[in-house]
Design a protein around this ligand. Sequence first.
Ligand code: PAF
Length: 275
Amino acid sequence: MQVHTSIAALRGARTGAGRAVFVPTMGNLHEGHIALMREARGHADAVMASIFVNRLQFGQGEDFDRYPRTFGDDCEKLAAAGVDHLFAPDETVMYPQPQHYHLVPDPAHDSVLEGAFRPGHFRGVATVVLKLFNIVQPDVALFGKKDYQQLMVLKNMVRELALPIEVLGCDTIRAADGLALSSRNGYLSAAERAEAPRLYRQISAIAEAVRQGGRDFADFEASALGELEQHGWKPDYLTVRRRADLKTPAREDDALVVLAAARLGTTRLIDNIEI
Ligand code: PAF
């Protein structure tokens, strides 16, 4: 695997690399990221990844400073997963001056759920991903479905800006007890780690009830939120939405998704299940 830290070096490697698939990350890689890299191999001649902890997408009081930086380990994992090129810029490369131009996502996607609890987050994500796309110029880009709303924002960005890139979502990878793999799981204490799969159990139970024909969404949500609170969680939201636009479903709607975000101690976990 070749590691490129400058835009010029990355562009040099990109020339002649053929069809390229790109997996952007913020590092601290786990099996979920590695599954994306393996999936990537089937889509193109060259697999390109990036590691960049993007300050723009962290709000005040969020974990930008303590976000785990594990570059050496990450490189070993990426090389073992067959990645051809890694773009690993530092902040002076990505933001040599303060970033004045930002991409503002559709408020219908940016102002709800994650967007409501993390104002400016998707603006930061869309801005850095557009910049990374301009640098890497991939044919295909892969993102995990754990960040469901992020995937929706980025698919819409690509469509509305007519970028010649196919954006694909890959299934969430879970631990044996159901917890969605996430770099932030490393913040959990042993007791919190044991408690953490409850989030998945709650959204799974709702998904199952809806699959069986249940349509009392508000009751399902209230009961799951209560269960989490009883076990020490501080939920931001747990809700059934339409997959297409994240709007509250009518009884007759199908193609739904249950999405949740909740804090366990100081760690904020998110998860979702498509129905
Ligand atoms: O999902 C992530 O890891 C980040 O939001 C991304 C897409 C790499 C942008 O910084």
